[in-house]
Structure formats: C-alpha cells, structure tokens
Design a protein around this ligand. Structure first.
Ligand SMILES: [Zn+2]
Length: 272
C-alpha cells in the first residue's frame, strides 16, 4: 500500500485494515450529476477500489456550477457523464477501477446493475429510479444510501434491508411526477450538494470498513441557507411496508430469513 492513503490510515477508525477493505470494495453510484460526481470523487480519493457509475446524461454548461468532476471541454464535447467521470477519476487515482455505464436505470437492468456490488449510493434526481432502486436493494439485501438535494435543502438516509426502514416505509407513495421541486425548477446551490454527498460518503466509508456503530441511524435533513439541521431517528422497518413488510410478517417467527427473502422475491416479481 503506497503513501497515498497514509493520512486516512492514521485515522484510527479506518487504519490499515479498513483501508484494505476500501480497496477491495465495489460500490455502485446511480446517477453522476451533482451528488454522484461529488460521491465519485470522494470515494476514488479514499481508495474505494471498484466503482460502477451509471448515468444516462451528457455534460452541459449548466452542470459546471456544481458538478465537480466535469470541465468546460466535457460540456463543449457533450461527453456522457459516466465517461467523463471515468476519465477524470483516472487522473485523480489511476489505481481505481471504474466501470462507466451510459444507461437509464429501469426495471430490466436494475438487478443486473446491483449484482456483485457491496453498497449502492443514490445520486439520482428522480423518485421513479429511487423507488426502483429501493425495491431491488431490499429484495437482494443490498444496503443503499438515499440522498437528494434541491435549492438549499437536502436529505439523506442509510437503508439496510431488514434492519432499518426502507424508502417506502417512510414515504409509501412516490410523489407524483412534477409535484416536487427539482433543480430545474427551484435551482440548487453547491453547498447543499457538498453537505448531502459528504454525509452519504461518510456513511459509505463506515459501512465499507465495518463500523456500523458509527452510522447516524436517522433521516437527516439540512438547509444550508436557513441554517436548519434535523436528524429524525429511525426505528425498525414498517411491517405494513409493501416492499419490506414480507420480511417482517407479524407472528411469522417460524420462517427463517431465507424463506422470507424467497417470499419477498416472489412478491416483488409479481409487482414488477
Ligand atoms: Zn420498507
């Protein structure tokens, strides 16, 4: 292991063993806009060894105010974000393997995308993909870290299937398309991107090095303009949740976790 990670190894909670775990880890970044670009850069610098980046968009000049991996020439050439991110990360840390996938995330590829992945991080800008990701991650027992930012506020939550509530436990119904403000309608400032992505990546590193006790265990909300910060402590998954409810049917103790997961898979296939 070279000197590159020496300051991070000195951080007791990571150490040499934690660093090796980061180098061996595989993380999926869903979306490489503002949140995703910030996440990708932090994870690459930290030495997370394998990043799978999926994004369908191309770099535009309106992205440069907050999407830190990209530069003017990427926008002039309208490079796909996943490709531009891979090129930039190779300049930052050539030891990292980056798999760049230029694609929409949908029903037909979401399970393939999370396959072989240790952890999923949300950098998307829409609820449709988040709910798809939520259901696929719960079904396959993959931890994922929800994150969203618009205007000057943002939110994040770490979802560990079977241990914490999932996105549907908290917000059962997806907001109607066009009903929630977006960066295209309400704008966005970079500090909230930095705040949310830094919280997500902190959680990612804790999970990857195995320090679960340090997770925040909350639905975190921030507003960097109004100076608000809330942490709503999360309990157990909601037994009425349509996505994880089958893992926690009341009185179902004779079912072991494998049975519950099989039931959930069947249920999810029907729903899809
Ligand atoms: Zn749930």
């Amino acid at each position: 292991m070279n000197d590159r990670y020496s300051r991070q190894i000195l951080f007791r909670e990571i150490g040499r063993e934690g660093q090796q775990r980061l180098l061996d880890s595989r993380v999926l970044l869903v979306g490489c806009g503002a949140l995703g670009a910030a996440q990708a850069e932090m994870l690459a610098r930290a030495g997370v060894g394998n990043l799978r980046i999926v994004d369908r968009d191309f770099v535009e000049f309106t992205n440069l105010q907050r999407q830190t991996l990209f530069k003017e020439s990427d926008a002039a050439e309208r490079l796909p974000k996943a490709i531009a991110a891979k090129t930039r990360i190779a300049e930052i840390n050539s030891e990292i393997n980056v798999e760049a996938i230029v694609a929409d995330v949908n029903n037909s590829n979401v399970e393939q995308l999370i396959d072989g992945i240790d952890l999923v991080i949300d950098g998307t800008d829409n609820f449709q993909v988040r709910y798809l990701l939520n259901d696929a991650c719960v079904k396959h027992g993959k931890t994922w870290i929800y994150g969203a930012a618009v205007s000057s506020y943002g939110t994040t939550m770490t979802i560990i299937p079977g241990e914490t509530p999932c996105l549907r436990c908290i917000f059962e119904d997806m907001p109607d398309a066009g009903s929630a403000p977006t960066c295209d309608t309400a704008g966005v400032i970079m500090p909230i991107i930095a705040t949310v992505s830094a919280t997500q990546v902190s959680e990612a590193i804790k999970l990857l090095v195995g320090d679960r006790a340090a997770l925040h265990g909350s639905l975190m909300q921030f507003d960097v303009w109004q100076n608000d910060r809330h942490a709503i402590k999360l309990g157990a998954p909601n037994p009425d949740c349509p996505t994880c409810g089958l893992l926690f049917m009341p009185g179902d103790l004779p079912l072991n976790n494998t049975c519950k997961l099989m039931l959930l898979k069947t249920y999810t296939y029907i729903r899809w």
